[in-house]
Structures are given as structure tokens and as C-alpha cells.
Ligand binder design. Structure first.
Ligand SMILES: NC(=O)c1ccc[n+]([C@@H]2O[C@H](COP(=O)([O-])OP(=O)(O)OC[C@H]3O[C@@H](n4cnc5c(N)ncnc54)[C@H](O)[C@@H]3O)[C@@H](O)[C@H]2O)c1
Length: 497
């Protein structure tokens, strides 16, 4: 892989330095809109999918069961907005203990350590001041699991270091920013036999769990198409100028052009389709971005002419549109927009031969699931003389009453078990709490993780592959097979009870 990417770097198409290379992310290899048009004739798929054999001694991690851990000793790296909330969730979950926390910002570290001490009577070890303090923490504390809630460009390096140090890695989204780093993460997990789960919390949303439950019952027939998105206007993050998410994330909009945050919408749809799990897998992707306008306009409106945001040349199209084709020929539309003033939307749509489930707002339609659809044509049209032109599925079944009815009929067993407790403990409707509960439950019981390292890699690969496609005028890009063919023997995620 490295040789291949070396040559791509020479051609100027790989936009990020390898982890640990010491180079800053390189800006400006993404052409302007005119360049897309010029390159649009080149539509032959570009083969980025070459796979080297799995090294001897390494083990396929799909379905892998690690030894049971009685009480999981958790260490947390990154205590900003996400990490500080995430850490406190662990305090209410059985069979785990937060033993160490780490962030170069000592105020953030101290504040989280204070909260842990207040709630548990035990103060975790604190590692702070230095960006590499986490390495000392790994060596001294030897945690069972490490949660990584840091800026995107650090995820792969930290996950690799955590696994090398003997810990399972639990990594915020996305898993890594380049294909070469995704391979490094996969290879390290296989070599060390440590789990590396990307923490895609949206897979644990109530509606996502319910759709998974409905799809597994065959209620919408054979799956054909999905729609996934992360549409969330986040321009105000630019006011976090020196610390906080906007301080680092804003630079990505200047340096890259594609889908920078693909996994919130895609993770659930990929699990409905059991992609990389026996049934089907990722094949190729095409991607186009809209013009990049909103960030520059916002910077001009809200910051002075000499402000650092007004010195950036924003390249990332405000709306990114990709279509993924699976090996079985299914399609998935993946959109991303953190800039345009419009309501939040993850789409969460799954369509089959017999119906469609969709979200924002929650709504369904189908031959078997819409109310008012006759059991059989015979029932509505005795003798079969007339072909029906309308059924309940011509209108969405939606609204408050419909929602209550759907939850009563189809709520996922995991949500029934944990939903109420989760809603009380987690202001995002419970998805974060349920996810972390499952993570600890799997490690405690020695079960496979709900999201294996390959799923994290495939979902995150939409980032670099969409960038490459945009850079080449929308040319199709092949997904590398991170499983090296083993997806065929991997069980679909069951309906967890
Ligand atoms: N799944 C979700 O719903 C969700 C929501 C928000 C953020 N996130 C993800 O969480 C991650 C963090 O986002 P955030 O909003 O908390 O950002 P943030 O900027 O608020 O926090 C990042 C923290 O990481 C710390 N950090 C940076 N380098 C470090 C190092 N070398 N060692 C230890 N700590 C280091 C920073 O000091 C900061 O406190 C991102 O990957 C983001 O995409 C996920």
C-alpha cells in the first residue's frame, strides 16, 4: 500500500501526510470548480483498491472475541466538548472504571478529574501540558481501553499507539483521514488483536435501531437504496478561535474538498445493508461538491479583515454529494453540509422492494407496513379484475400518532432494555449512553464489538475517496477491501437483545 500511495502523493492526489510524518496537513491540491469541469471526461474508475496479503501472525478481526475483562479500566484522551461529556457517561455504566484522563489543557483535565472524584470518590490519574503526554499515560496506566476524542488528524496515530500499548481503541469519528492511515489502523488491530471500534453513536439512535430491527424482519423486502447525510449548520464553531472544535476544524474546510464527516449518516445505512458483513460490501464511489461559498461569507460578515479566518481560501464545497455503489449493485446517496443555513438532517432512509423507512421526520411507507394497504389484491379486488392504482404507501405514515404506533410495534430490543435509563442520562436521546454501555458490555463479556474495525475503515474511507473523486472531476473510486476478502464470512450484526 505504501508504495502505491507514495506514487499517488507524487502525482499530487493524496492530500494528507502519513501519521507521524511530522508534516502539517497539506492544503491546496484540490482544484477549483473549473478544474472539476476540465477533468470531468476522465470517468474511468481509478484503482485505489490494491490489497497486500495479511501478514503472518495477524488475525482477521471481524467477529473477533477478546478475552473477557471483569472491570474495564478506561483511559480518555481529549477532554474538549465531546470527551468531557463522554467520560462522565462511563461513571454510570457497570463493569468499568475511568482510571486516567489526558488533555494538554490542564484546566480541562482537572475539571473532568474533579467530576469523576465527586461522583466516585476516586481521582483518576491526570496527564496534561504536553501533546504526547498520552504516551506516558499508556505506558504508566496500561489501560484496558482508550477513548480518543481529539482533533481528526490525531485519531489514527493515537489509536495505533493505544493498540500497540495493549489497549482496545475506541475512536471518535472519523477513524482516520487517509486510506494509508486506515490500512495502518486495520493492520495494527489485526497484529495486536486489539479491537478498534470507531464510536459511531448514530447507529444507536432510537430510529436507527428501530429501522435495523424492521429491516432484519424483512418488512421492506430486499434492500435496494439508502440515503445518508450529515447536514448540520456549524458555522458558529468558527467563534472558537483558539480552543475548541472550530479552532482546528475550520482549517479542514480550507485544505480539503469532499465529504469531511461521512459516518453519522452512513454507519446506520451500512449496517441495515450488512455491508462488509457477509451480504454485500462497498464497491465504488463518485462525488461532486457544490461551490465553496458559505464559510468565506460568514468569515467576512463576523470577523475583521485581518482575522485568520479571512486569510483562509475555503476550498471545501458547502454541500458534498456522493453516490456509493455496492457489490450487489445497491446505491447509497451520502451528503454532507456543515455550512448552509438549513435544518439538521441525517436522512436515514432505507428503501427496499416492499417499502421505505425514512427520518427527519420519522416516516414510513410500504406494502406490508403502511396502514390501509389490503392484505392481498384479492381482498380489495375480488376476482382480480382491476389492478389497484393506489395503496396506503402512496402517502407517508407519519406524525405523532404514527410515531407512537411504530415505536410500540417495532422498537429495537436493545432500546427497550436501555432506552429509558439512557434518555435520563444522555441529552442526545440516549444514543451515546447506549453505545458506551454496549462497548463495555462487549468487552466485559468477551463478545465481538457491534462495529468492527473494518466498518470504521469503510465508513471513514468515504472522506479520502470523495476528495479524490472531486479532485478528478467526479471519477469513480474503488474502495479498498479492508477485510481482504473476509467480509464474505462475517456475520451480519444481529438484533442485540
Ligand atoms: N460522535 C459525535 O456525535 C461527536 C460530536 C462531537 C464531536 N465528535 C468528535 O469528537 C472529537 C473531538 O471533538 P470536540 O468537539 O470535543 O473538539 P474539541 O476541540 O472541543 O476537543 C478536542 C480536545 O482534544 C484535545 N487534544 C488535542 N490534542 C491532544 C493531544 N495530543 N492529547 C490529548 N488531548 C488533545 C484538545 O486540547 C481538546 O480539549 C472529534 O473527532 C469530533 O469529530 C463526535
Amino acid at each position: 500500500m505504501d508504495r502505491q500511495y507514495q506514487s499517488e502523493r507524487e502525482k499530487g492526489v493524496v492530500m494528507h501526510p502519513p501519521v507521524g510524518s511530522g508534516e502539517a496537513p497539506r492544503a491546496q491540491e484540490v482544484g477549483p470548480v473549473e478544474a472539476e469541469v476540465t477533468h470531468a471526461k476522465n470517468v474511468a474508475p481509478v484503482d485505489t483498491s490494491a490489497v497486500t496479503p495479511r501478514p503472518e501472525g495477524s488475525v482477521y478481526m471481524g467477529g473477533f472475541r477478546a478475552p473477557q475483562i471483569d472491570c474495564v479500566r478506561v483511559a480518555v484522551i481529549g477532554l474538549g466538548e465531546r470527551g468531557s461529556l463522554q467520560t462522565l457517561h462511563f461513571l454510570g455504566i457497570p463493569h468499568c472504571e475511568v482510571v486516567a484522563v489526558c488533555d494538554p489543557c490542564d484546566d480541562a483535565t482537572g475539571a473532568v478529574a474533579d467530576r469523576i472524584e465527586e461522583r466516585t470518590g476516586k481521582r483518576p490519574a491526570e496527564y496534561t501540558q504536553d501533546p504526547s503526554a498520552y504516551k506516558t499515560m499508556l505506558a504508566e496506566v496500561k489501560p484496558d481501553a482508550v477513548v480518543i476524542n481529539t482533533p481528526w488528524e490525531t485519531h489514527a496515530r493515537m489509536a495505533i499507539d493505544a493498540m500497540e500499548a495493549g489497549a482496545h481503541a475506541l475512536v471518535e469519528v472519523p477513524l482516520a483521514l487517509t486510506l494509508e492511515d486506515l490500512w495502518r489502523v486495520v493492520d495494527t488491530s489485526e497484529r495486536t488483536q486489539k479491537h478498534c471500534m470507531m464510536l459511531e453513536n448514530c447507529n444507536y439512535g432510537r430510529n436507527e435501531l428501530m429501522f435495523l430491527n424492521m429491516v432484519r424482519q424483512g418488512l421492506i423486502g430486499e434492500l435496494l437504496h439508502g440515503e445518508a447525510a450529515y447536514i448540520h449548520e456549524l458555522r458558529s464553531q468558527m467563534f472558537s478561535e483558539n480552543r475548541g472544535c472550530g479552532s482546528w476544524r475550520t482549517n479542514h474546510y480550507a485544505a480539503r474538498n469532499g465529504n469531511l464527516y461521512p459516518t453519522h449518516g452512513l454507519g446506520p445505512v451500512a449496517q441495515y445493508m450488512s455491508l462488509a458483513r457477509g451480504e454485500d460490501t462497498f464497491d465504488r464511489i463518485v462525488s461532486f461538491s457544490s461551490p465553496a461559498k458559505g464559510r468565506a461569507a460568514y468569515a467576512k460578515k463576523h470577523f475583521g479583515p485581518d482575522h485568520k479566518w479571512n486569510k483562509l481560501d475555503f476550498q471545501c464545497g458547502d454541500m458534498s454529494n456522493s453516490i456509493i455503489k455496492t457489490k450487489q449493485g445497491r446505491t447509497i446517496l451520502v451528503q454532507w453540509d456543515e455550512t448552509s443555513p438549513r435544518p439538521y438532517d441525517r436522512k436515514n432512509l432505507i428503501q427496499g422492494t416492499e417499502g421505505t423507512l425514512a427520518d427527519y421526520p420519522l416516516r414510513i411507507a410500504g406494502e406490508r407496513i403502511s396502514p390501509g394497504v389490503p392484505e392481498s389484491l384479492e381482498e380489495k379486488h375480488p376476482g382480480g379484475a382491476e389492478i389497484p392504482s393506489a395503496g396506503g404507501y402512496h402517502e407517508w405514515y407519519e406524525g405523532e400518532e404514527a410515531e407512537a404506533d411504530l415505536y410500540a410495534k417495532y422498537d429495537h430490543p436493545l432500546y427497550k432494555r436501555l432506552g429509558e435509563e439512557a434518555r435520563q442520562k444522555d441529552d442526545r436521546g440516549g444514543m451515546n449512553y447506549i453505545m458506551l454501555y454496549r462497548v463495555i458490555e462487549c468487552l466485559h463479556n468477551g463478545e465481538p464489538m457491534d462495529q468492527n474495525v473494518y466498518e470504521g475503515a469503510f465508513w471513514s474511507a468515504v472522506g479520502p475517496l470523495s476528495e479524490k473523486s472531486v479532485n478528478e472531476g467526479g471519477a469513480p473510486q474503488l474502495f479498498p477491501d479492508f477485510t481482504r476478502g473476509d467480509w464474505k464470512n462475517t456475520a451480519p450484526l444481529p438484533v442485540i437483545r
